[in-house]
Every structure is written in C-alpha cells, then in structure tokens.
Design a protein around this ligand. Sequence first.
Ligand code: ZN
Ligand code: ZN
Length: 377
Amino acid sequence: MSIWKRRDIEIAGFHGCPFFNSALQVASALQGIGAIGEVTVIRAGHVHSPKWHSPKDIEPWTAFKAATFQSGSPRIVFDGDPKTVVDSSQFVKRYALALKGAKLGLPDSVTADPAFIETLAAEGASPIWKSVRGTPAYREFTSLDPPGKPKYGVMHGGFYFRDYGCTSGNFPPHDDFTYKNWKCGCGQVKLALEGEPYFNLDCHCSACTPVSRYLDAKGGGQGISAIVEGTGVAKAFYMLDKVTFVKGKELVRGVKLGQTGGNVRAYASCCGTLLIGDSPVPFAFRPFNRMAITEADGSPYRPGQCWGCKGGGNSWYDAIPEPKHPGDPAWLVAKVEALQKPGHGLGGLGSFEGDPTPGFFPDPASVDEYISKAAWS
Ligand SMILES: [Zn+2]
Ligand SMILES: [Zn+2]
C-alpha cells in the first residue's frame, strides 16, 4: 500500500505505553508530511492499571486489550478497514524508511545515525522510545499522549482523541462518563455526544419523513439515512450542553419543507446526511439523526424501537407497525413538560446559545433551500 494516498488511521492503546507513544510519534510525522489524513487516538486508561490491582479497572482494561490489540501491542487500522490492521511495531517498520529524512521528533543525533533507521526497520517501535529517553525531546515525545482529564471529541496536536476512563492513573472512573460519536456518511462532519440521549423517538410524520427521503436522494447513497421501519425518522434528543462539535460545522446546511416552511432541518452538505431533524422551538435539546450515532467502541447505537408518531393523517399511517400514536405519545409529552419545571430551562440553549450553525436555531427566512411538499409527500 502506498502512504502517498492519504488515508485516515486509528490507533488504539493505553496511556503511557511506549509502543503506543512510538506509533503516535510516527503517525504525527506522517501527518506532518501530508502522507496520512485524520488520526484518531483511542486510549483506555493507563498501561499500568492491572498492576495497581483495581478490580474495577482490570476488567475493562483486559476487554479493551482483547478487542483492540494486535499481536499484543497497540493496533493501527487504516480507513476503518479491518483487513488493514497492523500492530505498532509493524506500523513503525513499514514507514521507517519513508520517514527517513522526515522529522520523527527525535534528536538529530539519533535520526542522523543510519544505524538507527536500520534498527527501526528491523525491530519496529522500541528503538524510538529507547532513543528518546533521557533526551530533551522526551517531553515533546510524550506530549502526544497527554495525561490529565480524558479527551473525548477533542483535537490535540493534530489527533482526534477518544479516551475511555479507569479508576487509576489520571483518568476518572470509567463509570463516570460515556460518550458517543455522531458522524456523517463521509466523515467530514463529526460531533461528540456525552452520555445517553434525553430521549429517543422515531417520527413518522408527514414533514420529517419527506425531508429525510429528500436528503437520502440528494446524498446519492453517500449519507447515512435516518429512515427506519419504512417511514420513521430515527432521532436521539440530546441536551445541547452535552454536545461538542468536533469538525465540519462549516458544511452544515439548513433545509425547509416548502418555501415558506418555518421548520429548518440541518444536514451535512458533504454527503446529505440528516444531522438535526426538526423543531423551530428553542428547546435546550435537538433531535440528532440517531442512525449516524456510534457507541464509544465504534458499534452502532441502536436503542431499539421508539415510536413517537405524529400526523395521523399520513397516507402511510396504516403501514406503521405498532405501537404507534396518531399524535405525541404521553411519555413524550411528560419528557418535554419535565423541562418546564424550575431549573431545567426549557428555553436554555446550553452551549449552543447564539450558535449560528445552520439548522440549530436559524431564522427560517435566512434559509434558501427548500423542498416542494408535493414532490415528497
Ligand atoms: Zn459527510
Ligand atoms: Zn416529525
């Protein structure tokens, strides 16, 4: 494979692991010369957690290692393709020669030595961290794998971090936080979602369904369809203070149903993936396209059926499986009403207050794109 075709990579390891750090160093160098694209770093606590005998950590540590390691060392995957998996040493060996002359972030005295490159090509990761130990470059080397609060959905040093927790080391308990990812079909728009949604529902109404079908057609199969059960639009409602925009905000566009429609839905213009379906009301939450959400381990988020039908006059209402409701179901009304109690801030916009991202809280008059009701109902 050629590294000159820009590919995204994912590196999974433990904080503080020298092999992991070496892989990060090489990834950083490759990114620096434009040989690879996005680097996702997945960490799960500290490499020494099992030695600290915290039973709460050993189990997730072992599970993470079993799921993500390759030949006993940090795993690297190219473009999410399981067939491309290599371990950190193979990764370093493969690119050592390509990086000769490029900045590896190591002292010149080390990289200028032809023997170093030879050892690297033969042995893989360990010569890198052995060489850097005790040098002034050590701090820079380890800064690629920073301690401190877990980093989830943040960019740091050109890497996108997705940390899991553990009770030991610098991370909080793994029970204390969970995150999910929202990612469009082509990956250019990405958000991090903290915890579980406030609620989920599938809306089969005569506005949500046509807009989602329009976007599916517009994306030409490149986007992630929000349609479930034939006519439902899968939504996960998140309070906006639990939402972090990671990248691609500039790609978000708004679309209305009908030229004078007052309800703007947001989508990723790169691939036509519905991002936020519905609601002109300034609630503190927004309905995100649930089908584009993955769990922290990368598996799809699938909470099961969650009907919330509206618009009982739909021509497709009879075809919707039970349980269905011609209007808002009681559980949904209760969920929304709960926010009207003091301290919950029905109208509070969380961290998105004043956010001009199209589709979050836009002025419908400022949105040009609309679809004809007749064509999509
Ligand atoms: Zn996209
Ligand atoms: Zn709807």
